[in-house]
Design a protein around this ligand. Structure first.
Ligand SMILES: C[S@@+](CC[C@H](N)C(=O)[O-])C[C@H]1O[C@@H](n2cnc3c(N)ncnc32)[C@H](O)[C@@H]1O
Length: 211
């Protein structure tokens, strides 16, 4: 049987332990909130839409999306970490926001469900990124857009430090590698988005399911 901590073939125990302190991390103002802003700009979500946030963590981006969409908007956040979802569900939220326990590789939704999808700094934790991107593409409606931001591949010095500190940790992505996965999954109009001062630290790629 799959234990919650191993959903998606990936050990999310680290996130379960981090969940309670996650929103107090310095990463929030320095890295995550600016990326959330850029993801919102990349999608410019329209009222009435149904959106998916993959690897939603404590729900901050999903809640920001809901705010942007207004009272009609519906947002589903998925994450395989029960403790992260517990934090998300404890926050005040409009009735159209739902948090579901699931990994990106096995999204429990029928084909063509969502108008758009986002994901922020989650993909480098996915056990099977190729499978996951394919599943995100599957649950988008024709013409639906996905915007994904993640940690950028480290330069050689930071890579060496990271390998010593966290030998199992994925070292991040280059935009071309993300774009390739998008194209392989059948997404089109794939392009990287400008990130300003965040560019050395993050990638942001947008794609569309063909209409
Ligand atoms: C650094 S947090 C980012 C959370 C959130 N997107 C944000 O912007 O604050 C990474 C999240 O990815 C989730 N994650 C790990 N493996 C995953 C998988 N296979 N599918 C979906 N999410 C996953 C973790 O549980 C964690 O909540």
């Amino acid at each position: 049987m799959t234990s919650p901590a191993m959903l998606g073939g990936h050990d999310v125990g680290g996130f379960d332990r981090w969940a309670e302190r996650y929103d107090r991390s310095l990463l929030q103002p320095l890295y995550l909130r600016p990326l959330h802003r850029r993801l919102l700009d990349a999608l410019s979500p329209a009222g009435g839409a149904l959106l998916l946030d993959v690897g939603c963590g404590t729900g901050n981006l999903a809640l920001r999306l809901a705010e942007e969409l207004g009272p009609e908007g519906r947002v589903v956040g998925v994450d395989p970490s029960p403790a992260m979802l517990r934090q998300a569900r404890a926050k005040p939220r409009p009735p159209g926001v739902l948090f579901v326990l699931a990994p990106a590789e096995r999204l429990p939704f029928p084909e063509g469900t969502f108008d758009a999808a986002v994901s922020c700094v989650s993909m480098h934790h996915w056990a099977r990124p190729r499978t996951a991107i394919r599943d995100v593409a599957r649950v988008l409606r024709p013409g639906g857009r996905v915007a994904l931001a993640d940690m950028r591949a480290l330069d050689p010095i930071r890579k060496r430090v990271q390998r010593r500190l966290h030998p199992d940790h994925h070292e991040g992505w280059e935009p071309d590698a993300v774009a390739e996965l998008f194209l392989e999954a059948g997404l089109r109009r794939v392009r990287r988005r400008a990130l300003g001062w965040l560019a050395p630290f993050a990638v942001l790629v947008v794609g569309e399911r063909p209409g």
